[in-house]
Design a protein around this ligand. Structure first.
Ligand code: MSP
Length: 655
């Protein structure tokens, strides 16, 4: 059995959690879940970074003490994660006693080894910022850009970590271990950093006269340790270094996950600190890019900070998680937009995955009373080419996911989902049913249901609740302890014939794209009111007298029904027509010829609930008979289908 230790950065508590923090933590969660699915023993750590002068300043601004302040914000992070489906095994805070002890023990060890020394430091100090500035930080007048005063030149003794001593070793280690830092662009960035000249030693202290909110140096009570020497050590505190059982089990299997903003501390400070403390270094540093909004950084002052919980509430947690992993190419920056999220939700989740489930379940109910049919020998799928495609797609999915290429991994899994939808169309179960070819029909439906079960397992790391719902719809229960991913990729036939399926499936209803201007403008509202006033309170009834008006009895002649689209194929002889098979709850699907091709792709229609005029006399349209009419509404530049606002049983009457 392999082991896997995954960490996120510990987040500063001077700001509320936003999309960026949510992304890293959801990626870490998906990876942890993926490794659990592979049967690996897994430990997943996140937490908060709570010391330093920025935190003191934020607490002052909030009119509270540092301790009260960090308790409040740390709790916001801790409480957010379960809401986003995050399953961390531990949550570490740098203000905990367990962490103080470990930081002091590491400092003492490195100090005793002679790699920490006291040096006079002279620099430009801004009393407003309470920190040293470099010449580059100053504005054109030589002033602090925030406080508009020139910094003072002060001299202060501080402790330094002899980082430069380990520069050569670090470079060799990176060269000898090509995936120590990944993706490669960040590895190259670090190598060129190391090639640029001698590394400065790292200043690791602040005199208590300037900062008390930190961990005291064990060898000099006049100082606290500053930021990185404190924060990075959290990764070993949580495993109980030096003699914790978790440390022995997991440390050599460590994967850190960070964004590019904290590459240098993780790629240079941390390995050299570990080396100086006589500890082995981590296995992988995985570095991702930044989420931007309209190509700019998210920031409070720009008012473009994206709130993860608002997205979860609007679109559902699993769609949000799926979008984050599908859309960002790991390592690159990505632009966040709700339109893109809605696009993915409608295309990949509602059209491809959701429709597959609703169509196949509906057909199994119709043809086999809602039970998994018995295909006879269950050793291979009914269609060998589909079997081959599935094995490749699942294999690639697992390999790419393990290498953090999430977008490509999901794309590979969706090749299978789309192939299954095509397989429904190509094998036309409704025809097999009509022609009484029950054996073949059982083979086709079993193949579909079995493949859907595999897809459900595979999406669990990214969309856990959906995976569990899909498994339940297929009559099973998601049980991590019993999953053997490798066997699932290669094998076939795990689904038991006779298993009772759920009555129906509606995993991802389509959603409308967000509107820029949701509320009507006040002027428009006033006009509308005026118009309402000008209208008579009630329209006159009297159908008989008014031309073009029908009686209720006329209306009752219409038989309008809601049905689910099972298949849609281009009409062989008419560019604008589809030949659509609609499940109207009848013995066999209804064939309707519909002029929808100008505005819809076949996949847009699959699984959709549509309103059909069910009692129109059949009429041939270019050689294909239409047994009804699908209702749609024209709008500028497109067309919308009439539908029910929620799922209803196929054949439900519109009244
Ligand atoms: N406290 C340090 C980390 C110490 S780790 C030993 C810190 N905290 S932070 O709150 O600023 O978090 C930075 C991390 O948040 C990034 O590395 C990334 O994981 C995440 N993100 C913050 N903004 C982000 C984006 N806009 N996009 C993607 N991730 C981002 O640095």
């Amino acid at each position: 059995m392999s082991r896997f230790f995954i960490t996120t950065p510990i987040y500063y508590v001077n700001a509320k959690p936003h999309l960026g923090h949510a992304y890293t933590t959801i990626v870490a969660d998906s990876l942890a879940r993926f490794h659990r699915l592979c049967g690996d023993e897994t430990f997943f750590l996140t937490g908060t970074d709570e010391h330093g002068d920025k935190i003191v300043q934020a607490a002052e601004k909030a009119a509270s003490t540092p301790q009260q302040y960090v308790d409040t914000v740390s709790a916001q992070f801790r409480d957010l994660w379960p809401e986003l489906g995050v399953t961390n095994d531990d949550f570490i805070r740098t203000t905990e006693p367990r962490h103080r002890q470990v930081v002091q023990a590491v400092l003492q060890k490195v100090y005793d080894a002679g790699d920490i020394y006291l040096k006079n430091y002279e620099g430009l100090y801004c009393y407003g910022c309470e920190q040293f500035l470099t010449e580059k930080d100053l504005d054109a007048d030589g002033c602090c850009p925030d406080h508009k005063v020139p910094p003072a030149r002060i001299s202060e003794a501080n402790y330094f970590f002899r980082m430069s001593k380990y520069q050569g070793w670090l470079k060799e280690h990176i060269l000898a271990n090509p995936d120590f830092i990944r993706p490669e662009r960040y590895r190259n960035e670090v190598l060129s950093m190391l090639d640029m000249g001698v590394l400065d030693d790292l200043c690791i202290s602040r005199p208590k006269s300037r900062l008390t909110w930190g961990i005291e140096l064990p060898f000099d009570t006049g100082y606290v340790t500053y930021v990185w020497f404190d924060a990075l050590i959290n990764y070993i505190t949580a495993l109980g270094w030096p003699d914790g059982e978790l440390f022995a089990r997991f440390w050599e299997h460590t994967d850190h996950l960070v964004a590019k903003d904290i590459l240098k501390p993780h790629a240079v400070f941390w390995p050299t600190m570990l080396r100086a403390a006589g500890l082995p270094v981590y296995r992988h540093l995985n570095v991702h890019g930044y989420w931007l909004v309209k190509d700019t950084k998210m920031s409070k002052s720009l008012g473009n900070v994206v709130e993860p919980l608002a997205l979860k509430d609007r679109y559902g947690l699993d769609a949000f998680r799926y979008f984050l992993l599908r859309e960002m190419r790991f390592g690159r920056d990505a632009s966040f937009s709700e339109d893109a999220l809605v696009g993915r939700l409608n295309a990949d989740l509602a059209n491809d995955l959701g429709n597959l489930f609703s169509r196949v379940l509906a057909m199994t109910h119709k043809y086999f009373g809602g039970q998994v049919p018995d295909p006879g020998a269950r050793t291979a799928p009914a269609d060998p080419a589909l079997g081959e495609l599935a094995r490749n797609a699942l294999d690639n999915y697992a390999a790419l996911f393990g290498r953090l290429e999430f977008g490509q991994a999901l794309e590979s899994l969706w090749e299978l989902v789309r192939a299954l939808n095509k397989y429904v169309d190509a094998s036309a179960p409704w025809t097999l049913f009509k022609e009484g070819r029950t054996g073949e029909l059982a083979g086709v439906m079993y193949t579909l249901l079995e493949m859907m079960r595999k897809v459900a397992l595979c999406v669990w790391p990214v969309m856990p609740a959906t995976a569990e719902a899909m498994t339940a719809q297929l009559g099973g229960r998601f049980d991590l302890a019993r999953v053997d991913l490798d066997a699932e990729i290669r094998g076939f036939g795990g689904l038991e014939p006779g298993t009772v399926l759920a009555a129906g499936s509606n995993l991802f209803p389509r959603v409308e794209p967000p509107r820029e201007e949701a509320a009507p403008r006040p002027a428009a509202k006033a006009k509308e009111k005026a118009r309402e006033k000008a209208q008579p309170a009630k329209a006159a009834p009297a159908a008989q007298q008014t031309p073009g008006v029908i009686d209720f009895a006329d209306f009752q002649k219409l038989d309008l029904r809601v049905g689910t689209v099972l298949a849609a194929e281009p009409h062989p002889d008419a560019d604008r027509l589809f030949v659509v098979q609609v499940d109207l709850g009848e013995e066999t699907p209804r064939q309707v010829v519909a002029g929808l091709r100008e505005f819809f792709q076949a996949e847009d229609l699959l699984g959709r609930q549509v309103v059909v005029v069910a009692n129109l006399a059949p009429r041939p349209l270019r050689g294909k008979t239409s047994h009804g009419m699908i209702l749609a509404v024209r709008r500028e530049g497109g067309m919308e289908l009439l539908t029910a606002s929620g799922p209803v049983a196929p054949g439900a009457k519109v009244s």
